[in-house]
Design a protein around this ligand. Sequence first.
Ligand code: DON
Length: 594
Amino acid sequence: MYQIQLNHLVFGRVRAIRGYASLPWLQGSHQAPSVPHAFLLLLIVVCIPIFSIAQTSSPNVFSKAAVVCAHPEAARVGEGVLRKGGNAADVAFAVHFALAVVYPSAGNLGGGGFALWRSTGGEYDFLDFREKAPESATATLFLDAEGNPVPLKSTETHAASGVPGSVAGLFAFHRKYGTLNRADLLKYAIRLAEQGFSITQMQADDFNLYAEKFKSLNPSNKYLQKATDWKAGDRLVQKDLAKVLKAIQAKEEKGFYEGRTAKLIVKEMKRGNGLITYSDLKNYQAVWRKPISGTYKGYKVVSAPPPSAGGLALLQMLKLSERVDFSAFDHKSVDDIFYSTEVQRLVYADRAKFAGDPDFFSLPIDSLLSDEYLNKRAAKINPYTPNKSSDILPGHFPVLEKENTTHFSIVDEQGNAVSLTTTINDHYGSKIFVTGAGFLLNNEMDDFSIKPGTANMYGLTGMDANAIAPGKRMLSSMTPTMVEKDGKLFLILGTPGGSTIITTVYRLIIQVVDQKMTMNQAVAGKRFHHQWLPDVIFYEEDALTPEMQEELIRMGYELRLRGYIGRADCIRILPDGGIEAAPDPRGDDSAAGY
Ligand code: DON
């Protein structure tokens, strides 16, 4: 087995070198050793099953419209709206509010996100409803008198919360593109909150896991707490949350940013020395931005612009990857991991320095995507000789494993599409609920660089571009993306996963476009990730065989096993127009449609 793997590696090199000999990082590379004929035969036999797997048909193929998201109840809501003739914006509105009820770990009223829209005719639009720093926030907010970060202050306190953007965003989005009555679309979420729904096994385990945390951080409420352990099938009823949703139903975004809900938020802030004021809430506005776009091997890729680092980093990775023949590699091979890792390392180094809120900092996007610059970067990759991140900038930082955000993808009967990622940052955000309102506060302030070079909870560092300033949006990795083939919608992609979001979306494109996997195969496939610092390849269980691990370590990589990477809920449009919806099997994620 080991022998096969090593020789397969050689085969990958041969293909890569042949196809790209004149390109920067393949110049002067190894001579391909001659491969015995008998081995080539064996290789063909080994490879045939891989390619035939890639061509099998997928489950979850719908003919007209589909939604794929993190919870079966929310997927049902989405299907209901589609069947009533709702378009993708109607579905996004109803599903986001439903997720705020049935998926409290990440679905939210108290967070923010990004939505990418594509109309039937192929016009794109992008809404930024990312949280903002409150007006009284300062660059040293999370530092003590000596200038050191105060432990947990940017993650588990009221001050960790940015001004929520989700409710403003959903109304702005729906006003521009929706067709159905918004009060009616809110009925689904209100019913789920008022009458309750049955929690899944995963949710029961999760609520039990966080029980102590909820208790200690919420002395004035009992949300998600229960005298005995939660079990699958228990009914979760959220009356206070239903009241807030009804206020939103009656007064639209004013039902959240003003009146009773605003009062409850400000009261909660006072209880815990938080920063958000009435005027922060009243002044919050979502922003329409031009999505970032580029091409990859003839495919058009459209994604999230700053203040997400996602789209820019994704395009940098794909542009660098145009120099590699990934179709020559099995997705589970050393070659595949080597090239992806080196590309990811280079791009994440740029992320730390150059990315931030474009309303506060001018980003050199064109330079970062220019061929001249990327050729120089590509020249740093020498086949099968890993770089060291410490040669670029020193530092080692921890990456925590529990994290959450949520993504959903929608395509409607007319062919409009939505790719939307939304978050309260960490799993259950700050874990602090707004007493009387029943929703969680985000801890998105941790996505700022709280001190230059200090890692956030995802191990990401930053500099001035992402320093805290009043009214500024914190840098994000969320990467809602669409890919077109021959001018037609091909993929709708996105995932949670903090710093791993960008590399997950990048790998999904490589797997589907180059390695001809179905969307479901790519989504279910085991993942790995490199983010420059720490200088480590993180991998999910079974992502690397023991032989691959041995080979990668021999090459000089440090490997670290970790929990799940991402939960991608994606769609691929098949050549016959069928809609392949791919819910991530790592969670309760579900697809619905017809
Ligand atoms: O905006 C960001 O990049 C992060 N707040 C996203 C957090 C996240 O994906 C956590 N989920 N797993």
